[in-house]
Design a protein around this ligand. Structure first.
Ligand SMILES: *[C@@H]1O[C@H](CO)[C@@H](O)[C@H](O)[C@H]1NC(C)=O
Ligand SMILES: *[C@@H]1O[C@H](CO)[C@@H](O)[C@H](O)[C@H]1NC(C)=O
Ligand SMILES: *[C@@H]1O[C@H](CO)[C@@H](O)[C@H](O)[C@H]1NC(C)=O
Ligand SMILES: *[C@@H]1O[C@H](CO)[C@@H](O)[C@H](O)[C@H]1NC(C)=O
Length: 576
C-alpha cells in the first residue's frame, strides 16, 4: 500500500478512458484495493448532495446492512469505503436513529481484522433472538481470490442501546465452501435475517450461483453457531446468474401490518427477493413457504426475470427489509447508486445514497407488494402548497410555485373521464422500459404523457419528467408509468436512460396518483399509491438550488383533470 498516489493517478487515467466499465467491474466485487484514492478531491460546490436521503459526509457507500430496531433505537449499517468515492476497503459503517430520518453516526461496527474476514467484511443481516438479543451474520473474504465465508458477530454490551461495539465469534467462519458441499466459494454471500421453525431450528439463506443457476442456499442450526447446509436450496432460478442479497420474509394477507420473520400460517404469504449481479436489477416473487419440504414455491407466473416484479424500476439495489415491532411495519431499505461518471464521483468526493425507507405490504390482490415512504418523513414537510382541482388542457404546463423545488415532496392525482381516444395498446409491447424510451415525455398521444416535471430549469432546457400514459387494451386500460431522464442534464457524461413500468391501476374506476420525493439529484417516485416505484438519479446543470422549478404538465392531446396537487418544501434531515 506504499504506492497510493501513483496508483490513484493511474486510476484516474483508467477511469477517463473506461468510464462506466470501471464502475461496473468494481460493483461486481472485483478487488481493486490498489486503485483507491486515499484523499478524495472533494469539491466545495455540491449541488447534488441530498437534503433528506441518507448519505455520509463523503466517500463511497453501497448495500444497507442489518437494519433493525433494538431498545427503541433504529440501526442502519452500510457498506462503506472510508478511503474514497469508489468501491473498495469496505467496512460496516453504523448510524442510529429514533425516527429513521435523522441519524447519529457511530464508529465502524465491523471491519477486517481476523483471518476469517481480513480481505473484506461484506453484506449481512441482523436477527433478534427470542431473548431479545441481536446478532449479525455477515460475509467475510478470506483471501485475495475473493473466497467468501459467513461469520457471526454479537454486541459487546447489550446495555448499550446504540450497540456501538461488536465482537466476532472466535470460531468463525460458520459456513464455508468445502469439497463436499458443492458451494462455489467465490459466489457465496449476503446471509439473510434467520427465521425459527416450529421445530426450534433456525434457518438462513445465502446468495449464490452454480454455473448459471442462481441459488438461495439454505442452512439450518439449533444454536445459531453450528450451521448445516440443507440438501436443497430454499429456491433457485435457472439461467439468472448470481443471486446477491436475497431477502425472504412473510407478508400478511390481511392488511398493511408487517409480520415478524419467523411467522408462518394461513394468514401470510412469503416473498423472496434476489438482487441479480448480472443485470443489477432486483426481482421479487410472491409465493408459499412449504415448511415441510423447507422450500419456497412462487405463485404461478411469479418469476425472477424481466417479466417479473421489481421493487423499483429505476435505481435500487441490494435492498433488505426488517420487521419494526414497535410500529408493526415491515420496512425496506435499498441502495441508490450514482448515474454519473467515476471521475465526477471522485471530483464530488462521494457516491451512493440510501433510498427513503419504505413501508412494504401485500396488495389486496395478493399478487404484488405496495411500498410507501415511512410516515416519519412527513415531519420534514413545511410550507404546503395546494392547488385546486383543475382541468389540464392538452399541451399545458403549470408551475407549482412557493415550494423549494430542489428539495420537495409532491403528491398529485389525475382523473380521466373520456377514454374514447386512448391509443390502442399493441400486445407486442411487453417491455415497458422500451415503450417509455420510445414514447418519452415529448411524444404526444391522446391520454398522456401527463405528470410532473421535476428539477426543471425555468426555460425547460432541463427537467426530469415522471408521467403516465393510458392505452386501450383488449379488455382493460393499460397504464404506463415512465421516468424520463433524457433531458435531465446538459452534462452528457451521465447515464440518462429512461425507466418505465406498467401500473396495476384501473383508471376508469380509480384516480391515478403520483408521489415524487425530489432531493437535488434524486427523483424517487411512487405511482398508484406505491404499486409501482421508479427512482432516478439526475445531475442538472441549470436546475440547481433555487434555480430548480416544479411543474405539472399534460402533453397529451386530450384534457385530463388534475384532481389534487399538494407539494411541500422539505427540511434538511440531520444525518451527521
Ligand atoms: C420487540 O421485540 C423485542 C425483542 O424481542 C422485545 O424486547 C420488545 O418488547 C418488542 N417490542 C414490542 C413493542 O413488542
Ligand atoms: C454498557 O453500556 C452502558 C450503557 O451505555 C454503560 O453504562 C456501561 O458502562 C457499559 N458497560 C461496559 C462494560 O462498557
Ligand atoms: C464460481 O464463481 C465465480 C465468480 O463469479 C465464477 O467465475 C465461476 O464460474 C463460478 N463457478 C461455478 C461452477 O459456478
Ligand atoms: C449503478 O449505475 C450504473 C450506471 O448508471 C449502472 O450501470 C450499474 O449497473 C448500477 N448498479 C449497480 C448495482 O452497480
Amino acid at each position: 500500500m506504499a504506492n497510493h498516489s501513483s496508483f490513484s493517478s493511474l486510476f484516474l487515467l483508467f477511469s477517463l478512458f473506461l468510464g462506466y466499465g470501471v464502475l461496473q467491474l468494481q460493483a461486481s466485487h472485483h478487488v481493486f484495493q490498489h486503485l483507491q484514492t486515499t484523499s478524495p478531491a472533494s469539491s466545495s460546490h455540491q449541488p447534488y448532495r441530498t437534503g433528506y436521503h441518507f448519505q455520509p459526509p463523503k466517500n463511497w457507500i453501497n448495500d444497507p446492512n442489518a437494519p433493525m430496531i433494538y431498545k427503541g433505537i433504529y440501526h442502519l449499517f452500510y457498506q462503506y469505503n472510508p478511503k474514497g468515492a469508489v468501491w473498495g476497503n469496505i467496512v460496516w459503517a453504523h448510524s442510529t436513529s429514533t425516527d429513521l430520518i435523522n441519524w447519529t453516526p457511530h464508529e465502524h461496527a465491523i471491519y477486517p481484522s481476523q483471518p476469517f474476514d481480513q480481505y473484506g467484511c461484506w453484506s449481512g443481516s441482523a436477527t433478534i433472538l427470542p431473548s431479545g438479543k441481536p446478532v449479525i451474520l455477515y460475509t467475510g473474504i478470506i483471501d485475495g481470490k475473493n473466497t467468501q465465508v459467513q461469520n457471526l458477530a454479537v454486541p459487546k454490551n447489550l446495555s448499550d442501546p446504540y450497540l456501538r461495539e461488536w465482537i466476532k465469534y472466535p470460531k468463525n467462519p460458520l459456513m464455508a465452501s468445502n469439497v463436499e458441499n458443492q458451494i462455489n466459494g467465490s459466489s457465496f454471500r449476503d446471509p439473510t435475517t434467520a427465521w425459527l421453525g416450529h421445530d426450534n431450528i433456525w434457518r438462513v439463506i445465502i446468495g449464490s450461483k452454480y454455473h448459471r443457476k442462481g441459488l438461495a442456499i439454505l442452512y439450518r442450526s439449533r444454536d445459531f453457531k453450528k450451521w448445516i447446509k440443507a440438501k436443497h436450496p430454499l429456491h433457485s432460478g435457472k439461467n439468472t446468474g448470481m443471486w446477491e442479497c436475497p431477502d425472504f420474509f412473510p407478508v400478511s394477507t390481511a392488511g398493511q401490518n408487517g409480520v415478524d420473520t419467523s411467522i408462518v400460517g394461513p394468514y401470510v404469504k412469503h416473498v423472496l427477493k434476489a438482487s441479480l449481479d448480472d443485470t443489477k436489477h432486483e426481482y421479487y416473487t410472491v409465493g408459499t413457504y412449504n415448511t415441510i419440504l423447507d422450500r419456497y414455491i412462487p405463485d404461478k407466473g411469479s418469476v425472477e426475470s424481466d417479466s417479473g416484479l421489481r421493487y423499483d424500476y429505476g435505481k435500487f439495489y441490494a435492498s433488505k427489509t426488517f420487521f419494526d415491532n414497535k410500529t408493526g411495519r415491515r420496512i425496506l431499505w435499498g441502495w441508490i447508486n450514482e448515474s454519473s461518471s467515476v471521475e465526477d464521483d471522485i471530483k464530488k468526493g462521494w457516491a451512493g445514497v440510501q433510498a427513503i425507507p419504505r413501508k412494504i405490504w401485500l396488495e389486496k390482490s395478493g399478487k404484488h407488494l405496495v411500498q410507501w415512504p415511512i410516515v416519519e418523513l412527513e415531519k420534514l414537510r413545511v410550507k404546503q402548497v395546494k392547488l385546486p382541482s383543475k382541468i389540464l388542457e392538452g399541451g399545458s404546463v403549470i408551475e407549482v410555485s412557493g415550494v423549494t423545488a430542489v428539495q420537495a415532496d409532491v403528491e398529485i392525482s389525475f382523473e380521466i373521464s373520456d377514454f374514447k381516444k386512448a391509443e390502442v395498446f399493441d400486445p407486442s409491447w411487453t417491455d415497458p422500459q422500451q415503450l417509455c424510451i420510445q414514447k418519452g415525455a415529448s411524444v404526444k398521444s391522446a391520454l398522456g404523457p401527463f405528470g410532473l416535471l421535476a428539477l426543471a430549469s425555468k426555460d425547460l432546457k432541463e427537467y426530469t419528467a415522471v408521467f403516465f400514459r393510458i392505452f386501450k387494451g383488449q379488455d382493460k386500460h393499460v397504464v404506463l408509468m415512465c421516468s424520463d431522464q433524457s433531458r435531465s442534464s446538459l452534462n452528457e457524461d451521465n447515464d440518462k436512460v429512461t425507466y418505465g413500468a406498467f401500473l396495476n391501476v384501473d383508471p376508469v374506476h380509480e384516480k391515478l396518483s403520483l408521489r415524487s420525493l425530489i432531493d437535488h439529484s434524486i427523483v424517487e417516485s411512487f405511482g398508484g399509491g406505491g404499486k409501482t416505484c421508479i427512482t432516478a438519479r439526475v445531475y442538472p446543470t441549470l436546475a440547481i438550488e433555487e434555480k430548480a422549478h416544479l411543474y405539472a404538465f399534460n402533453y397529451g392531446t386530450e384534457n385530463v383533470k388534475m384532481s389534487s396537487l399538494s407539494a411541500w418544501s422539505m427540511k434538511k434531515a440531520h444525518i451527521y
